[in-house]
Design a protein around this ligand. Structure first.
Ligand SMILES: [Zn+2]
Length: 575
């Protein structure tokens, strides 16, 4: 079916945009179901974008109202058989307004300064209909000067902005930035790469255009080809925001403009750039069988996020290193933080990578105060599983690049159908051995600890753990002004055994009034003692005493020492 979309942004300060769809129903078909997706590929949470819709209406080609009714939370049925029409015909126009006032990479954000249009949150599709080259016309305030998108520009005149997608999936998988953002770009392999950033920060530790190009060149070298005509890095720098979302030939990135000015923050941002860009291959094309074609109205379950996010998270900072934008030491500092986080997450004992992938919709994307005791992030354990797998491959004289080239070949042989786990394992077997396949199977389907220390030593790295005499109660806390609250109580630790609860306010310890500044200083000087600590707490307004016995802190990973630099660099340089 042919469909023309028109997006009108006439009063951006209201955060409402108007969307119009014009098309022809198939002859003899009395109903069409128009839906707005409930979720966005790449972000596994039901967001129910239809909640922002108002003024839905449907009219026929000669302007008569068509009958419609809501069928479920995100679906509107237009019914010609129930419409009282003077003139019959196939043409229809659907119109609605939608509220866009959430800044994130999976929502749309429209203000008097700019519009970021995230397709699934704005553009309706039609159930069961395949759209053939839908077009999108964009109308925006005269003071705005630019539209940036990965969609094909088919505008016939200077003052009109009309784009074309191959189908509905591509239309909503191509975000649009409209406003007065800064743009720049470069070419790699003869293909244009555009950068479009809202509030592009000045005085960064490096040249963002040049460094992005270095990452693109590294990832291109790894895969051997660029699977698009052009690519867009678009993003927003606003205080306190962070995120990235991959798309077919573009990505949306968000970062804090102050954090990105530090050396470490800048490297983190480049890691995010590498992460989302690598997704162009891994998840936008090579993907689990359940992830595309998509059912946008229901959860799409997969047990394979260890591949989509695990592998991508493993390579992101490594591409920054491979591209010469960080040192081995800097990479290892990041790795230390990640291993540390993994080792203090009790949930790894209950959920395998496959379990946590499957439950992404209710666990990773809907965390609560007890998540760390329940599950393990497939980003976190997934990347460490690939850290281990990479070493296993290197030890066999193979590499992650070999594995990826087999997966890429499989994608190109059958691009319409995603990957089964057995196909991934077959590719792994082809570039390594059955022992490696068996070991990796354990990493993803079991909860046994990853052999990080042993494998790291095989590539000239030594994990160094603390020998501490400090005490540990086993809870995290957060501050609210000078008030202290328990955030998470870790499984089987002293506070857990003593009955401390997440949400408890800590008022005093051993008779001394607590404040955040006092608590921080006191924690630093605390040594293990036989005497328990007496906490006075407030739980839902009721004052109570909790006695917590001391436990010696378990050794924490402090650093990774390089014992054989040549070996380590050879194993960790991706190409
Ligand atoms: Zn990702």
């Amino acid at each position: 079916m042919k469909l023309e979309y028109k997006l009108s942004i006439t009063e951006p300060w209201t955060h409402y945009v108007k969307v119009r769809l014009t098309g022809k129903r198939p002859k003899g078909q009395d109903t069409l179901d128009f839906f707005l997706p409930s979720w966005s590929p790449g972000s596994y949470l039901m967001r129910e974008y239809a909640k922002g819709v108002r003024k839905f209406r449907a009219v026929s080609g000669n302007g008569e109202f068509l009958y419609f009714e809501k069928r479920d939370k995100g679906t509107w049925r237009v019914d010609w058989s129930q419409s009282e029409l003077k003139a019959q015909g196939e043409e229809f126009t659907i119109e609605y307004e939608i509220y866009c006032n959430e800044i994130s990479v999976r929502t749309s954000h429209v203000t008097e300064e700019h519009a970021f249009i995230h397709g699934p949150s704005v553009f309706m599709g039609i159930v069961g209909e395949v759209l053939d080259k839908p077009t999108l016309e964009i109308e925006f305030p005269p003071l705005w000067s630019k539209v940036t998108t990965g969609l094909k520009d088919i505008s016939d005149k200077r003052e009109r902005f009309i784009y074309e997608a191959k189908n509905y999936d591509e239309l909503i998988d191509t975000p649009v930035e409209i406003g007065c953002h800064e743009t720049n770009g470069f070419r790699v392999d003869g293909k244009d790469h555009h950068l479009a950033y809202y509030e592009w920060p000045e005085n960064l530790p490096g040249d963002l255009r040049v460094d992005t190009q270095k990452i693109v060149e590294s990832v291109f070298k790894f895969w051997g080809e660029l699977p698009y005509e052009m690519y867009v890095f678009m993003g927003h720098f606003m205080p306190g925001i962070y995120g990235g979302l991959e798309h077919l030939n573009s990505t949306a990135l968000q970062f804090d403009p102050f954090a990105v000015k530090t050396e470490e923050g800048y490297r983190d941002f480049l890691g995010l750039v590498a992460h989302e860009f690598f997704h162009t291959w891994n998840v936008k094309r090579i993907r689990p069988i359940e992830l595309g074609p998509f059912d946008y109205r229901n959860e799409n379950y997969t047990r394979m996020h260890w591949l989509t996010e695990g592998m991508t998270s493993f390579v992101d900072d490594l591409f920054v290193f491979t591209a010469g934008l960080s040192t081995l030491e800097q990479y290892l500092e990041t790795l230390v933080k990640r291993i540390k986080r993994y080792e203090v997450t009790p949930g790894r004992k209950f959920d395998s990578l496959e379990d946590s992938s499957f439950d992404a919709w209710i666990k990773l994307y809907r965390p609560n105060e007890n998540s760390r005791n329940t599950t393990i992030s497939y980003y976190l354990k997934g990347q460490l599983a690939f850290f281990c797998l990479n070493i296993l491959l290197v030890k066999e004289g193979s590499s992650l690049q070999n594995l990826c080239s087999l997966l890429w070949k499989r994608f190109k042989d059958n691009p319409e159908v995603g990957l089964e786990k057995s196909e991934f394992m077959a590719a792994l077997r082809e570039c390594s051995s059955q022992e490696v396949v068996d070991e990796f199977e354990t990493f993803i389907s079991h909860t046994t600890e990853l052999p990080l220390e042993t494998l790291a030593s095989d590539i000239g790295l030594k994990l160094k753990y603390s020998t501490t005499t400090k005490g540990d109660f086993g809870f995290d806390w957060k501050e609210d002004g000078q008030r202290l609250f328990v955030q998470t109580v870790l499984l089987d630790k002293a506070a857990y055994k003593a009955g401390l609860n997440a949400g408890d306010e800590l008022l005093a310890v051993n008779g001394f009034r607590l404040s955040t500044s006092m608590y921080k200083g006191w924690l630093k000087s605390l040594e293990v003692s036989d005497q328990p600590l007496h906490f006075l707490i407030s739980r839902q307004g009721k004052i109570q005493n909790v006695e917590i016995a001391f436990e010696k802190a378990v050794p924490e990973l402090e650093s990774i020492e390089i014992t054989d630099r040549k070996k380590a660099e050879a194993a960790l340089k991706l190409c």
